[in-house]
Design a protein around this ligand. Structure first.
Ligand code: FAD
Ligand code: NAP
Length: 555
């Protein structure tokens, strides 16, 4: 393939060291850190403000599922001491306000260009520079590009026959309007029963005259037990933050501090096991999966937890057939991200809520005022698509990225994403990804993972500058080895058994490969640190071009 030619450009920026794509938590922290190195940074964000996930997902009930005292930045102690989270799981408007506060506190907005989508990034091998083109028709030349484009930022609307004929309003949870949506008196249909649906259904049910939930796959959900945070609770975190944050980074696979299990589920007699499950069910939250150390490793162990949740569902839901439909049976608990809810299952006891099984009878057609499935028409005035995202690779794939020899990243990833450490893909020099496929990312408290990646990238750029290195790229052997390792670790768990978005299974035609790294954030951090300590082992660096010669060195 011929080397990609740099496009004719109208230079927008005099000299940019780093272009960052995205102004969610990753983009914000990147900008702050890179500025600290004295670099010239330009951030492009397609949304109208900062916040990423929390800018787009404004559906009723949206809130975090990792407790706010942990789902927050740790890089500045003053910030974590001063910000007052109101609830155990802060609601979306509060998390968005936090992102805005971070932007203002560190004076970040001046270097962020909003309402601007990055369309392409082409590497010029002669100049060792990226040309980044944006939706405003401008081109920016930069030495480095960092994709902080998010793992769950490309909302997916499935193609239902007749959708364009629907006369009511259609909403996607991942791209919710900014103005309040009032369902009062309306017949509403929700398609999907993942985390977004599970959070929004109880609230939509309170407004709608009739709510019909179209479920293809039942999901495991545990009660959030959300509540206002007391001053004492906030204080106990704040007083112990250094140690809590250290533990999150190093001691816990998912970056969430919680009691450490000392045994497997089958090591306890049944009555003790049930007591432990009850205790976690009562305290609530994602950490239900941390009762035992083998729930995602051993099918029999997993069955005990899955049975426990299925029992709770049949206890809560009055109608036995509805309860049966809500009980997941086709995947191990935790092999899809477990959902965290407030009154989800109990909502199906309301007289205005109906559950429709679209696994047995897929949606045949959307009519102007109804959804047709199983030969029956369910009348609806509004539709909520809680149908998820083209996760982990979707937003990257939308950008036309061309690396060495003009190869596109989409071509390279046609059989599934290939990265070294989830940070870089061989053949695409000076292009970093934050929480990319092949890193723990979505299996973790993502702010822990974001901070780790941003710190690593910043340290790497600082190292390069100190040594006059102009280019860094993952080597093919290191990448091959890492991809094999990621697959091997996943294969030892129950995760690949589920048709999850972790596997790309929710997107027709997407290659099915387990994308995140299951090794855990602590192990992963250690690997990344070791790589850096060994002078960026597995990466090749090129020192600054001297006249007519270029010396490639594996540093
Ligand atoms: P994002 O927040 O997704 O930001 C990426 C930004 O890049 C977006 O604003 C997007 O518009 C922009 N962008 C993408 N492509 C382009 C382009 N081509 N040009 C310009 N801009 C572009 N994680 C947890 O750990 N705990 C939680 O409780 C939790 N709750 C969640 C709830 C919901 C509803 C969802 C959808 C996700 C949740 N997550 C949670 C995951 C969440 O995505 C991360 O925690 C985190 O917010 C990701 O930050 P980010 O900056 O990496 O990506
Ligand atoms: P999701 O988990 O992918 O759920 C999408 C739902 O839509 C699934 O029930 C899916 O069914 C259904 N669906 C998709 N295409 C369909 C089709 N063509 N026909 C019928 N049904 C279809 O998406 P999400 O709920 O938006 O959550 C995505 C991730 O975001 C979560 O896993 C989590 O990481 C994060 N999130 C977190 C929170 C939180 O609690 N903080 C809230 C929301 C989201 P199938 O399962 O059969 O594919």
């Amino acid at each position: 393939m011929a080397a990609a030619q740099p496009q004719p450009v109208s230079h927008q920026n005099a000299r940019i060291d780093v272009v960052v794509v995205g102004a969610g938590f990753a983009g914000l922290y990147l900008l702050h850190k890179l500025r600290g190195l004295g670099l010239h940074v330009k951030v492009f964000e397609q949304g109208g403000d900062v916040g990423g996930t929390w800018y787009w997902n404004r559906y009723p009930g949206a809130r975090c599922d990792v407790e706010s005292m942990q789902y927050s930045f740790s890089f500045d102690d003053k910030l974590q001491q001063e910000w007052n989270w109101s609830e155990r799981y802060a609601p979306q408007p509060e998390i968005l306000r936090y992102a805005g506060h971070v932007a203002d506190r560190y004076d970040l907005r001046g270097d962020i260009q909003f309402n601007t989508t990055v369309k392409s990034a082409v590497f010029d091998e002669r100049a060792n520079r990226w040309t980044v083109t944006t939706s405003d028709g401008q081109a920016t030349i930069a030495q480095h590009v960092v994709l902080a484009t998010g793992c769950l930022s490309n909302a997916r609307t499935p193609e239902f026959r007749g959708m364009k004929d629907f006369k009511g309003k259609v909403y996607h949870t991942g791209n919710w309007p900014h103005e309040p949506v009032d369902f009062t008196g309306l017949r509403v249909g929700v398609i999907g029963t993942g985390s977004s649906a599970i959070q929004s259904i109880p609230l939509i049910a309170e407004q709608a005259s009739q709510l019909t939930v179209f479920q293809r796959t039942a999901n495991f959900s545990v009660p959030a037990r959300n509540a206002p945070l007391t001053d004492d609770e906030r204080k106990s975190f704040r007083d112990n933050y250094p140690e809590i944050r250290r533990q999150a980074r190093e001691d816990f696979k998912n970056g969430i501090v919680q009691p450490i299990p000392d045994r497997g589920a089958l090591d306890d007699p049944e009555h003790e096991r049930r007591e432990k499950y009850h205790a976690r069910w009562t305290s609530g939250g994602l950490t239900f999966m941390g009762v035992y150390n083998n729930l995602v490793l051993d099918q029999r162990a997993n069955d005990t937890a899955a049975d426990f949740i299925r029992e709770r569902i049949s206890e809560i839901v009055s109608d036995p057939e509805t309860a049966r439909l809500l009980q997941p049976t086709d995947h191990p608990v935790g092999s899809k991200r477990i959902c965290v809810d407030t009154d989800y299952y109990a909502t199906f006891n309301r007289s205005n809520v109906t559950l429709v099984d679209i696994k047995a009878h897929p949606i045949e057609q959307i009519l102007p005022h109804a959804v047709r499935t199983g030969g029956k028409d369910y009348e609806v005035d509004a539709l909520v698509l809680a149908t998820g995202f083209d996760a982990m690779t979707g937003s990257v794939a939308k950008i036309d990225i061309r690396g060495r020899g003009g190869q596109t990243l989409n071509d390279k990833w046609a059989e599934g994403p290939r990265t070294y450490l989830g940070l870089m893909s061989a053949g695409f020099p000076n292009l970093f990804i934050v929480t990319g496929p092949g890193s723990p990312s979505v299996l973790s408290n993502m702010i822990v993972s974001i901070e780790q990646h941003v710190d690593w990238i910043t340290d790497c750029l600082s190292y390069m500058r100190d040594r006059g290195a102009e280019v860094i790229e993952a080597t093919h052997p290191a990448e091959d080895k890492w991809v094999a390792h990621v697959n091997e670790v996943a294969a030892g768990t129950l995760y690949p058994q589920a048709n999850s978005w972790y596997m790309g299974a929710n997107i027709p035609g997407k290659p099915q490969i387990f994308m995140p790294y299951i090794g855990g954030v602590g192990v992963y951090r250690q690997i990344c640190n070791d790589v850096a300590a060994k002078d960026y082992e597995g990466f090749a660096m090129t020192v600054r071009a001297r006249p007519k010669t270029k010396e490639a060195v594996a540093l």
